[in-house]
Write a protein that binds this ligand. Sequence first.
Ligand code: GDP
Ligand code: IMO
Ligand code: MG
Length: 426
Amino acid sequence: MRGNLAVVGVQWGDEGKGKIVDILSEEFDCVARYQGGHNAGHTVSFGNRRHVLHLIPSGIFQPKVTCVIGGGVVLDPLALIEECQAIEQVMAIHVEGRLFVSNRCHLILPYHRVLEAAVEKQLGERRIGTTSRGIGPAYEDKMGRRGLRVCDLMDAETLREKIASSVAEKNRVLQALNYPQTIDPEPIADSYARYGEKLKGFVADTSRLLNQMMREGKRILFEGAQGTLLDIDHGTYPYVTSSSAAAGGVSTGLGISPKHVHTVVGISKAYTTRVGAGPFPTESLDSNGEQIRTRGNEYGSTTGRPRRCGWFDGPAARYAAMINALDSVVVTKIDVLDTFAEIPICVDYKYKGSVLKEFPADTSVLSDVEPVYKTMRGWQTSIAGLKEWAKLPAAAQDYLKFMSDYLETPVSMVSTGASRDETIRL
Ligand code: GDP
Ligand code: IMO
Ligand code: MG
């Protein structure tokens, strides 16, 4: 691996990006988040410590790494302030001077959460099952060219005017949605002006900063949140998040040329999970799914919701490998499959009797596909914490080789536990 590296999720998020970014960032000068917001929950474990990051890049635990939150991220300033406080208190890490936030980040305001709740309620059965962080409505305002940005926090008077005009519009929308209350702009303007004061020392033109670092020959790791199947353009729309989670988002989200992305690594679980609603062809609703959930502790890092669990979905992962042109894949949580005598892998989707040649764009098609499985032999012994390929049982090696052949992508790392050192490097 040379130059700059993008790390992206291959599935519907929670693939273990946080763990892998933390490990890889040792070899980089900077880790930059390019999209998403505090809907993300990236877990990093080392020693006997475990910390979940939401906005702060997962390079923060490597002392020499500079961290950047790029303009493609939507920022809830209070969430960032609280996350900084938590990391200072719990992990004794001083972030100011190491963490830079783009002055172009769009802001999440309290009314975004209110709107999201109202819309999800209206959708009823068709709701997306969002993280309720206001992500979607904040990106809507960005694209609608009426959003507020971090740079707007720097002048209290203009901020007050912008918030007042935005709230007036939101109150009209909420009224149309039969929302029982109206929003008062004044307390929002007061608190956001205070957040602006607190964040002043973090705010920078991060595009300039990154381009400057690259001119000096420094190496950047681009950290994706969510996963390719949650990407606004390429995911299982409309059951997606509202940002560009795939590798294409790196350039627009950070204000750097696509020429600067040299390598793309995808993170995939050895099986599949999904939080929230939407089609999930290999979902296992029986005791197998339950076993994966229990063994893998598959509960959301951000919302605590139980994750839906199922077998490795080959066609979906192969589609993600293509979208990102993955140079390699890191397979995580293979230890979770230790107990199974047989492990099915989905190798094709059948729809109305025929095998589909491409990953369907239409959610109603994806909901109706019938997965075609190849059954792999289980290893039925604990591989938790293994650090060497040669120590893996033959059946586990076969499973990983099959994944790699199927994806036409080499496996560069295998993760056998949550901790930094529970990793096989290939
Ligand atoms: P992210 O959003 O992609 O960073 O992933 P999350 O942190 O939301 O979810 C991954 C979960 O799996 C976390 O609780 C990790 O500590 C844990 N984890 C990561 N890799 C492994 C692994 O190889 N084995 C096991 N058992 N747990 C892992
Ligand atoms: P990390 O970075 C898993 C899902 C939500 C919902 C959909 C839209 O930890 O992998 P949103 O709040 O973004 O509008 O919700 O996207 N979702 C995630 N699922 N991991 C995440 O992040 C997610 N971030 C959003 O559950 O289905
Ligand atoms: Mg997560």
